[in-house]
Write a protein that binds this ligand. Sequence first.
Ligand SMILES: [Ca+2]
Length: 348
Amino acid sequence: MAKFNAKNLTITVFFGILLIGIIGIVNAQEALLAGGDDFDTAVEIKPGSYEEVGLIEKGVKEYFYINVKPGQELKSEGTFKAFSDAWGEEELTLYNEDRKQLVKEGESMDKGEQILFSFSWMPGSDKDLHKYYIKRECTWHKIESLSLNISLTDRYDAGIQTDAGDTVEKAMSVGSGEYKSYLSGKEGTDTKDFYKVAVKKGQTLAAKVTPPSEASIRITVYDKDRRVLKDESAPNPGAIVTNYVPITKSGNVFVGVICDRYCSKKLVAYTLNIITEGVVVEDEEYDEDGLPYYGVDGVVPDGVDGTVLGDGVEKGGLNWVLILGIIALIVILGIVAYFLLKKKKQEN
Ligand SMILES: [Ca+2]
């Protein structure tokens, strides 16, 4: 039977730890990059780190594709290194599913220089899943090595695991509260987030958006028929915008938060506050035009059967005008008569 030996055990444990460490380092290494040579042969690339070492010559292109959900930020970050005795140039290009160019980034390198550049893109809710192509290409002379970092980051809205819809119909339901949400600005197609808010007649809805300092946000509030109730735009980049809408009818309103390419060059993380204030007025019956049956301003309309209904405000007003008119006429006639009588007396 082998005798317990503390020294042997220590050596075994040491080599065990060393072996686990080496395996870990090997696994953490970047995978080799190998794309297709055109759109049709593009190779799917998953989020991760990739590298290519050796002679990478001008004109050699590699195509990849990746699927991105609405509200996910796709980021592609490349590090490129030139040979110590040669210049080089590299480009990264992003295309949509229709192979239309969306973003192109490129840099030239001096001898031995290493450069890093990246792009971001966030799609909106116009599709359930978006396919994008990424092309890398050495566009001048040659380079020695490149590494590519591909990541997908969830930038979902209001803490719900999806992007708020880009139309009234696809609006995300929210109640009063504070929410963290995202729009793409120029870096993508998530340029509109719509929220559905239940409101009561008599309340005032306040929709407030706090954007980052470079973004010029717009808030448009619509009714259920997609009619604009009120529009508020930032007067300057970074302005906090609040859209106050008095609610004249109970139901749903739709808050559109808008930030397109002219609003921000970068992805926008904003805070949305939804507040409903004021005293709720009990629901009334409405006619087909959405108005109360007895008018909106207290005026009693004439009856449909030809009879004149009640003593409306306008009618009462007219009676007073008539009485005052008659009094004024009597006073004027009295004054005229007085002067005529006075004149006649003087003549006598
Ligand atoms: Ca969004």
